[in-house]
Design a binder for this molecule. Sequence first.
Ligand code: OOG
Ligand code: MG
Length: 267
Amino acid sequence: MSLDLTLSREDIVRLCERVEGAQRRAYAIPKLTDEYPAMTIADGYAVQAELRRRYLASGSRLVGWKAGLTSKAKMQQMGVHVPSIGFLMDDMWRPENSAIKTSDMVHPRVECEVAFVTNKTLKGPNCTRQDVLDATDYVLPAVEIIDSRFSGFKFDLPSVVADNGSSARYVAGGRARYPADIDLRTLGVVMEKNGEIIAMGASAAVLGHPAEAIAMLVNILTEQGEELAAGSFVMSGGITEAIPVKPGDSIVARFQELGSVSMRFVE
Ligand code: OOG
Ligand code: MG
């Protein structure tokens, strides 16, 4: 796993424009490594950083970050065995119980995640689970709507990192809790689609403890010369496999101790 950049500045901008077009206009593209087989994870993060710069320049506001591929269920589903991070902008947020459009996405899927809201700056290297818990204001349940821009939802790590970890929308809700008041390892979650249970799991599926995923995220941010600002909203990664959704579907994610998060999907 090389951490070196292989792409030129021109290639980074070119690939960023390709991903941005696919994200904004909702069409599938081949994974980037088809054209650039030597692309590294560092190249993927360089494309992602350029994408973030462009979204900020066009008026989006950074709300926080997301960890991905942090549970075995997700790693097995996607065939990628190393966690990743991505950014979350204000315009990706959707209110709880709202109708979420699918026509501006390629092939959306939903996943249940524990989200953290921080009240201190976090930076690495060597950020630990305890550092994260000490900097956590509260946790709350969330659903991420992922939408790989790659054909067939098939990718490798450099490509998915460049596509901002497939992130598309996110919904938070339920009941916020202080981390000291609950056992964050043993929270059960059940995902229902149209009233039927379609996935279930426990929060320990995420690297043994979801705060571990946030520590990993902070350490990756630090490698990129960034830190996690106080007041960030951070998602720790899908606990179960992701579930495809289409217009007409309604989703309820029920979290032990944290309440539930609901949404429905429309054309
Ligand atoms: C990559 C993003 C993974 C998660 O929670 O594991 C992710 C993907 O599966 O498309 O967001
Ligand atoms: Mg996710």
